[in-house]
Design a binder for this molecule. Structure first.
Ligand SMILES: Nc1ncnc2c1ncn2[C@@H]1O[C@H](COP(=O)(O)OP(=O)(O)OP(=O)(O)O)[C@@H](O)[C@H]1O
Length: 305
């Protein structure tokens, strides 16, 4: 699939070049792309130590307790699955971690520091990025621009800097475009870099959301049902992508309804039901856990999570 576009010679040229590579050249190229996409930051804790912790987090909406004293940790470098029947509180968990809602009780800690009343933007800068159940892209912007905007969340120059065209802004803009292009390639949609987001096929839009979240170089990437609406082949490809993201140095929290996908890609799983954590463990343990089986009883496997 090579969409050569004269108005974007860099992207078109890159894709055409890739199409003509030998297998060895392709492997080398993919390694370089992964290197460009890898998070560029100091490692502050050892791999495997707790990166983010929910400590007794309670969140109420009026009379409804959506999260009831939920505690679990996400370890650096792992893929953690967050599952539970509909309405269990999974998305509310994401919302509590990303500053959309403030917990009514308890704390969310990133690298041992409470997020407290940090705003959504602050939390993005601190290193938590997410995708949404319902895709949220800038439809009129190109795929590339959507990712550059994502990277902007990390850049140090302000809007004022951009208006005044400070030298640092130019430099950051250039590197942001280069990195955005690498990200599009990493998620497999570089051939449509110059297309408006709204014109991309659904699967591409989902991947674009992931690229945009990765552009912020998150310490933790939260994916909210990234495979929703995917066919089995697309789900396989998505699992590959999630594994690739982790091997590139990222930590992933995954909400997903498809049990096969969750069991196939995660290192550990946390299970919620009616706002409470009912289980936590390895996929094989979770599959056998009586409380989890009871929570899903009567729910067809494809709908379960
Ligand atoms: N803004 C809100 N106001 C009131 N109630 C809410 C709000 N957001 C979520 N809830 C309620 O909180 C509970 C948990 O919802 P949540 O969306 O977190 O569940 P979920 O596990 O993500 O479900 P699903 O799998 O259906 O997406 C539900 O009962 C839901 O109706």
């Amino acid at each position: 699939m090579t969409h050569r576009r004269d108005d974007v010679p860099v992207e078109g040229g890159l894709v055409a070049e890739v199409a003509q590579m030998t297998e060895a050249e392709l492997a080398q190229h993919e390694a370089e792309v992964a290197e460009a996409v890898a998070p560029d930051r100091e490692i502050q804790v050892e791999v495997g130590e707790t990166l983010l912790e929910l400590r007794d987090v309670t969140l109420r909406f009026g009379g409804l307790t959506a999260l009831d004293s939920v505690s679990f940790g996400i370890r650096r470098g792992e893929i953690l699955g967050l599952i539970g029947p509909n309405g269990a509180g999974k998305t509310t968990c994401f919302n509590a971690m990303t500053g959309v809602y403030r917990p009514s009780g308890g704390q969310v800690l990133l690298e041992d520091r409470p997020l407290g009343k940090a705003s959504r933007h602050k939390i993005t800068r601190l290193g938590i990025a997410r995708t949404f159940q319902n895709i949220r892209l800038f439809g009129e912007m190109t795929a590339l621009e959507n990712v550059v905007v994502g990277a902007d969340a990390r850049n140090r120059t302000s809007v004022v800097g951009a208006l005044l065209r400070l030298p640092r802004h130019h430099r950051e803009e250039r590197t942001a475009v280069e990195r955005a292009m690498a990200l599009l390639e990493f998620v497999g949609i570089a051939d449509r870099a110059a297309d408006k987001a709204k014109n991309l096929p659904y699967g591409y839009q989902r991947r674009l959301e992931i690229a945009r979240a990765l552009a912020t170089e998150p310490k933790l990437l939260c994916l909210d049902e990234p495979a929703a609406g995917f066919n089995p082949a697309e789900k396989e490809e998505l699992m590959e992508l999630i594994r690739k993201i982790r091997s590139d140095g990222y930590t992933v929290l995954l909400i997903e309804h498809d049990m096969r996908l969750v069991m196939g890609v995660t290192d550990r799983i946390v299970v919620l039901e009616f706002g409470k954590k009912i289980a936590e463990g390895l996929p094989a343990e979770i599959r056998e856990n009586p409380a989890v089986i009871a929570a899903y009883l009567g729910v067809p496997e494809d709908d379960a999570a």
